[in-house]
Design a protein around this ligand. Sequence first.
Ligand SMILES: Cc1ncc(C[n+]2csc(CCOP(=O)(O)OP(=O)(O)O)c2C)c(N)n1
Length: 342
Amino acid sequence: MDLWKLYEMMLRSRLFEESVTRIWNEGFISGEMHLGIGEEGIVAGIVDNLEEGDAMALDHRGTPPMVMRGIPLTSLLKEFMGFKDGLCGGKGGHMHLFSREKAMVSSGILGSSGPAAAGFALAAQYQKAGSLAVAFFGEGTMNQGMLLESMNLAVAWGLPVIFVCKDNKMAISTVSSSVTGGNLLERAASFGMDSYEIDGSDVEICWETARQAAADSRKKKVPSYIHAHCFRREGHFLGDPLLRISKNPLKEIGGIAGSLLKSSVKLKGASVSGRAGSMKTIFSIVGKTARDQIIRPRDPIAVTREKLNKDKQRLENIESRVKAEIDLAVNACSKQGTRGKG
Ligand SMILES: Cc1ncc(C[n+]2csc(CCOP(=O)(O)OP(=O)(O)O)c2C)c(N)n1
């Protein structure tokens, strides 16, 4: 394991997504923007264990795997901005990405990474023995039928798939545990897969777990399940109202107080106790989001930087090189002109 390389991979993804944030805030990317900030440790650990021909099926937070697997940054950013010479002709945006060369696909349809990865793995059995496929998804998606069906078939047919659950505890504004029965690790294990629960902020643990899972997939032709805990720094998507309210309640509550009040006194609708229950849930989720902001989670990049801090010069060299790469991509896109023009 090369911790310097892993640090560089994670940093490239983080700085790229921070640039994407700025560009989105300026209005040059239309629609929603889901970031993978906080998930870099898990992604780097997995990607660094992949070989040529291995496939990845991604969810709506597909930017970090795309960046770390080596998709050119300019082509990715142009795709997000809707340019015709973007990775998918500017038609996919950040959620529907595809690369034939790197065997990667992403989708905003939750759970679809499961069947896509199982399909890749089934094809690999015939066409490229020894290859494997990875499926990335969140813990909220572990309640999606097609994902569970693909786990079942992967075990039954001996498909080399690594199922990677990135657990940030939230599914948009729902606390995932409030809609999930039982224990997810046990659920995955009950299909007959080796299942690992890890700290996604420790890239060394992520890498070592991915190495083991990849070795089993390649040699024994079996799937495995990795449940990695991580955090969600920017809310569900950029501009998430939940995050805005919890960061600045006094300013933001004013904007929604009227509609909350109106819905709570409306004659038609749920019972009084039902409405009171919903209000309680809303305020408890806002409170939880606010607390999560105060209790800073372990950031995989900060944790790794701390470990490498002895060689400050080498760190600075990497940081300025990666920053220059990203500036180059951003400049290439801003030269091309206004949004959506190819
Ligand atoms: C099949 C399907 N159902 C619902 C949605 C709407 N949706 C988008 S993201 C999301 C929450 C996903 O939560 P999780 O799987 O935990 O991933 P996270 O966003 O937290 O990374 C939902 C319900 C969707 N995109 N696809």
